[in-house]
Design a protein around this ligand. Structure first.
Ligand SMILES: NC(=O)C1=CN([C@@H]2O[C@H](COP(=O)(O)OP(=O)(O)OC[C@H]3O[C@@H](n4cnc5c(N)ncnc54)[C@H](O)[C@@H]3O)[C@@H](O)[C@H]2O)C=CC1
Ligand SMILES: O=C([O-])CC(=O)C(=O)O
Length: 349
């Protein structure tokens, strides 16, 4: 096994529910009706196939996610991988009368066959991580990919779409709007203290009383906890699968050249000096992040939440990096300056 293969193997061992989308620059198909898609897809040359691999596919989220993705006319091959048996579940999915083909692999030894295209496309393959803790696993994955010499910061994503889906829903309830019409950016990370719903930029309407702002924000941040109270020890597999499917379809559309695809996701970031990874709105294109749209202008309430989240985000990021051996840079020692360097100013460190 060469070094690149080992790297990928290591990543996939760590990340059930990681979603891998091998891409080809040749893939620029436009949206088309399902009936039309059946014909086109069946005659599409294999190099142009849109394949999505779900790792951890036999789990609670994975199964619903696969069912949703099986219904997409934009995906040609849906590949299921899990350490648990996948063949029965895969056979059931093949009975769903949509064009998307199903392939299935079981066990660690079959991970590489599940990712059969990655050797050719690994720098373009999109990797989306839904497994918690997303705030730490994305930095960890990026470090592993860097060590393997196959890191492309534009194509590694932490899935935070569930926070956006919840924000849209709760805002729509309060404002009496249809949830499908509401768009709320959610930045930060994917834990209670790091989720920052930017309600001041909600569309189509960002008018809220202070009480509404506080209630909606808390409902989004505590959504997981509130679900656990009603259905312990379950998480939120249905809404998570829905949100993950939405994010995956957005990635697929971006790869296929659809314009104006914007999603919030946790990515390697330079938009804040202290945060190497941050979830912000992203313009997605065929090569991944086409443009990081950055931190929207925040209200005082949102700025306060953001400032409070920074230490947690930093510590979550460090935790992920340390897990794969990345050390903090040695602290600056003002008593032992490099004689060739300018003297370290007092309190610099
Ligand atoms: N990002 C988000 O918004 C959300 C993320 N989650 C996270 O998603 C993850 C999955 O949740 P569930 O589906 O409910 O869990 P689950 O336990 O039902 O499913 C996980 C699946 O991964 C498989 N698996 C474990 N190790 C594997 C490996 N090395 N290779 C391949 N497959 C492997 C297991 O056999 C299992 O089928 C959890 O970490 C959860 O915290 C949950 C909700 C929302
Ligand atoms: O932690 C979990 O398993 C569930 C989760 O992310 C959420 O509901 O937002």
């Amino acid at each position: 096994m060469n070094r690149t293969l080992q790297t990928f193997y290591k990543i996939y061992e760590f990340y059930p529910n990681l979603i891998h989308i091998p891409t080809s620059k040749n893939i620029f198909r436009r949206c088309r009706p399902i009936s039309d898609a059946r014909n086109i897809a069946s005659s599409a040359p294999s190099g142009n196939l849109m394949k999505v691999t779900i790792v951890g596919a036999a789990g609670k989220i994975g199964q619903s996610l696969c069912l949703m993705l099986k219904q997409s006319p934009l995906i040609d091959v849906l590949c299921l991988h899990d350490i648990k048996p996948t063949s029965g579940f895969a056979m059931e999915l093949t009975h769903v009368d949509t064009n998307c083909k199903i392939t299935a692999f079981t066990g660690k030894d079959n991970l590489l066959p599940a990712l059969d295209n990655f050797k050719d496309y690994f720098l373009q393959a999109f990797i989306a991580i839904g497994t918690n803790p997303v705030n730490s696993l994305v930095p960890m994955a990026c470090e592993v990919l860097k060590k393997g010499g196959c890191y492309n910061p534009k194509t590694v994503f932490g899935i935070t779409t569930l926070d956006t889906v919840r924000a849209n829903t709760f805002v729509a309830q309060v404002q009496g709007l249809e949830p499908e019409c509401v768009v709320v950016p959610v930045i930060g990370g994917h834990t209670e203290e790091t989720i920052i719903p930017v309600l001041s930029k909600a569309k189509p309407c960002a008018e809220f009383t202070n009480e509404e702002l506080e209630n909606i924000t808390m409902s989004i941040r505590k959504a997981h906890e509130n679900i656990l109270k009603l259905k312990p020890p379950d998480s939120a597999p249905l809404s998570s699968a829905f949100a993950t499917a939405r994010f995956i379809i957005s990635l697929v559309k971006a790869i296929q050249g659809y314009p104006d695809i914007i999603e919030c996701a946790l990515v390697s970031s330079k938009v804040h000096p202290q945060l190497k990874y941050l979830s912000t709105p992203l313009l997605l294109g065929p090569n991944g992040v086409a443009k990081n749209l950055g931190i929207p202008e925040l209200s005082d309430f949102e700025s306060c939440m953001f400032d409070n989240a920074i230490p947690t985000l930093i510590s979550d990021i460090k935790m992920g990096e340390k897990f794969v051996g990345v050390q903090d840079p040695p602290p600056c020692d003002p008593c032992d300056p490099n004689p060739k360097a300018p003297r370290c100013p007092k309190n610099w460190c």
